[in-house]
Write a protein that binds this ligand. Structure first.
Ligand SMILES: [Zn+2]
Length: 163
């Protein structure tokens, strides 16, 4: 696993940014961190309570709001980072497809939600996944089993060891 990116001169953390905070937090990394790869991508499992097993987040290592803020190298590398990460979700979760959504409302730092879509799970279909998310957040629906998440993270780390 690569060292944290926070001390790179191009990676000044955003003041009070929760994503920068998570990326610099060794305990958060120990729980949910999967890979730091390429020119600064960070892949991690959704923290507890996780809405679904295999719901990953692809963060820019650098504090930026979204693709409109990419430099040229980040712009060129984003497709490959997204392809690898989505393929990993599909491979390890066995889902039918992977949704990729980025809002930037919870934190002004790019974190693309990579959501496993299983045909048998009606509650995760299209925008229904937002209702599912809110239900888990409110404690109205069970979150993914933490032991299963830990196993998923361990398998994902092995799969990404050479990224
Ligand atoms: Zn940030």
């Amino acid at each position: 696993m690569s060292p944290p990116l926070a001390d790179s001169p191009t990676n000044a953390p955003g003041p009070g940014c929760p994503i920068c905070g998570l990326q610099a937090d060794p305990l958060a990394w120990q729980a949910d961190g999967i890979a730091r790869f390429g020119i600064g991508w960070v892949l991690r499992h959704h923290p507890a309570p996780a809405p679904l097993l295999g719901w990953l987040l692809l963060d820019s290592g650098r504090h930026l709001g979204g693709p409109a803020d990419f430099d040229a190298a980040e712009s060129l590398a984003f497709g490959e980072a997204l392809r690898r990460s989505c393929a990993l979700v599909r491979q390890l979760s066995g889902c039918d497809r992977v949704y990729a959504i980025a809002f930037g409302e919870g934190a002004p730092h790019l974190h693309v939600h990579l959501i496993p879509r299983h045909g048998a799970e009606a509650a995760s279909k299209a925008w229904g996944v937002a209702d599912l998310y809110r239900a888990v957040e409110a404690g109205e629906r069970a979150a993914a089993d933490p032991a299963a998440v830990a196993d998923f993270v361990a398998r994902a780390r092995r799969q990404t060891a050479d990224w």
